[in-house]
Ligand binder design. Sequence first.
Ligand code: FAD
Length: 407
Amino acid sequence: IKNNKGEIIIIGAGPSGSIAGALLQNQGFQVTILERQLFPRFSIGESLLPQCMEFIKQAGMMDALVNAGFQYKNGASFVCRDLQTEFSFEDKFSPGIGTTFQVQRGRFDKLLADEAVRMGVDIQWQMEVTAADFSVDRPELMVRNQQGEVMTYSADFVLDASGFGRILPRLLDLESPSGFPVRQALFGHIEDRIGDGQFDRNKIRITVHPQHQDVWYWLIPFSNGRSSVGVVAEPEFLQGWDNNDQALKDIINQDPSLTALLQNAAFDEQINTIVGYSANVKSLYGKGYALLGNAGEFLDPVFSSGVTIAMKSASLAADVLVRQFNNEAVDWQQDYAEPLQRGVDTFRVFVDAWYDGRFQDVIFHPQQQPEVKAMISSILAGYAWDENNPYVKNARPRLDTLVELCR
Ligand code: FAD
């Protein structure tokens, strides 16, 4: 039986594409996802936040995820020289799921895509969108297959979930600069061989560089004895090495606690790099299309908010589309862009305060008020849209006041 509410094309089968696809297919749309690659494929962004579990649940994919054997995650741990502080998401202020997973994205993204297919979404692999025409009644996309043949697809509406591919922002001249300076990440997967019995594999570990407060490392343990490890800095800091592998090892060795933790690690896979990933757009929607996830705005990796924002955008856009195709009046600015932006702006306040060191003054302060910590924990758990949280509703002034109190 064919669904017939409307035909939707989604560009990209990453988390935002698969979640949006499943939500819309389940609402009676006929969804086609065009994905340039073949899954599983590597993607960066391996530490999830509990808030994104709400969207996975909404899309009907929770059982598959829980049964997949990924590393359980219940919080975040921050380290700076001899200071250490932990946030347990289960103590968070906002209601909602309090745990999540640390995932190899190749396998995770494939699982979500397979679930979307199980629900009836048609995913066409190795099909790259190369051009688009939104001036016609039904939007048209030019698509190139593996053999180099080009064909035209049309649909009632297009969602761009192409992530860092940013296909519609590029084709439709929607790109706008990010407010953040250019930063670079060096990263890879290692056999971590962490022998320290105190080390908690259920938490992402964020380490501040001992001399440079705007340089930081992530350590994301997986369930198979391997970890993702990376360092983020402005590009000048990462220059002067012949290869990425040596650069990452040397920079890790600049931090004594991380050096001790990873003393037996095997760096047995290629170390990769990505630079200038922060991005923004002039508009998140237009006639016949909307941008999801990283195809819209990407802030910064420090709070692991990317996949959560991507899934939130999928959920909001699916709701608007359902109403639009039910002939209800919809306003993409009010119903999509603004609600999405509220949470992104919450994260932005915290990302700003991370890089100027103020957030670190708060989290490493020796006296921590449990109620305040619970509210901060909520944001670190991804509940950045919960207006009942004063650190969401009035993020900047509340955080400024807290920083003053801590200083
Ligand atoms: P993607 O996951 O990028 O998926 C886009 C898909 O579209 C891809 O499969 C691609 O092949 C396909 N595509 C692209 N162009 C085309 C085209 N023309 N035609 C057809 N298909 C196309 N997020 C977290 O949540 N946790 C983290 O710990 C985290 N760490 C990060 C660390 C770094 C250094 C960086 C840079 C980012 C990190 N992120 C993290 C962010 C995360 O990677 C992204 O936010 C997330 O993957 C966005 O999902 P998406 O669905 O928007 O796009």
